[in-house]
Each structure stands twice: as C-alpha cells, then as structure tokens.
Design a protein. Structure first.
Length: 124
C-alpha cells in the first residue's frame, strides 16, 4: 500500500544556481542526511518523510521544447500556506509564473533548469 510521496528528484546543471532558487526564493532548508551517491547533489526536507532531491547530472532532454504553462508538463505539486507571499518572492526574484487555469488557488513556475513546479495554497 502506498503511504505517500517520499521524494521528488530533479536534474540540475548548476547546483549553486539551483540552490539560490530553492533556498533563497523558496526558503527550503538543506538536509544534512544526503547519502553518498557517486555524484553531487543535495536533499531538502519538505515535511516529515518528504524530500526534494536535486541531482547535478547532465540533462538528457537538453534542447527539448517545454510547454509554456507548467501545468501541461511533468511537475510536482507542493502545498503552501500563503500563495500571495510566494508570488511576491517570485516577483522579487524575477521568476515568471502562471496561475492555475482550473481556477484553484495555485500557480506554476519553472526552476532555473526548467523543471516545472506547482504550488497549491492549502488552508490549515
């Protein structure tokens, strides 16, 4: 039986640039528990038993045309408490985003490596 999503993994060609986005813009905190995997990368703890893994590896899809709206591409959806606060952070960082086309309180953006991310506002 599936209990949840343990982690999502994304490729990056520039770990410092990716960290500036994930840590500086999104506010994620580096996990100290990354196993040695034979290549560079980092883990972020999102919630108990939920992580994001950035892997410094060549992109096998380099040059592939991605859809303009991240909701029409592979993506991971992350829950947030304050969508306007996230929008302000993305605006300040010059990061483009699109609002959900379904009318939900959600937005899509791409990280510096063009990985699509969805952020859904969840009332607590």
């Amino acid at each position: 039986m599936i209990l949840g999503i343990h982690h999502a993994a994304f490729l990056t060609g520039d770990l410092a640039r990716a960290r500036a986005f994930y840590e500086g813009v999104l506010g994620l905190r580096l996990s100290p528990n990354r196993p040695d995997m034979g290549f560079e990368g980092i883990w972020y703890d999102i919630a108990p038993h939920q992580q994001m893994h950035l892997m410094l590896l060549p992109n096998p899809e380099a040059g592939l045309q991605r859809p303009a709206h991240g909701g029409r591409d592979r993506h991971v959806a992350l829950a947030v408490q304050d969508l306007p606060q996230l929008m302000a952070k993305l605006d300040a960082a010059g990061m483009a985003y699109t609002l959900s086309q379904s009318g939900r309180r959600a937005l899509f953006c791409r990280d510096p490596d063009q990985n699509a991310l969805e952020f859904i506002e969840i009332a607590e």
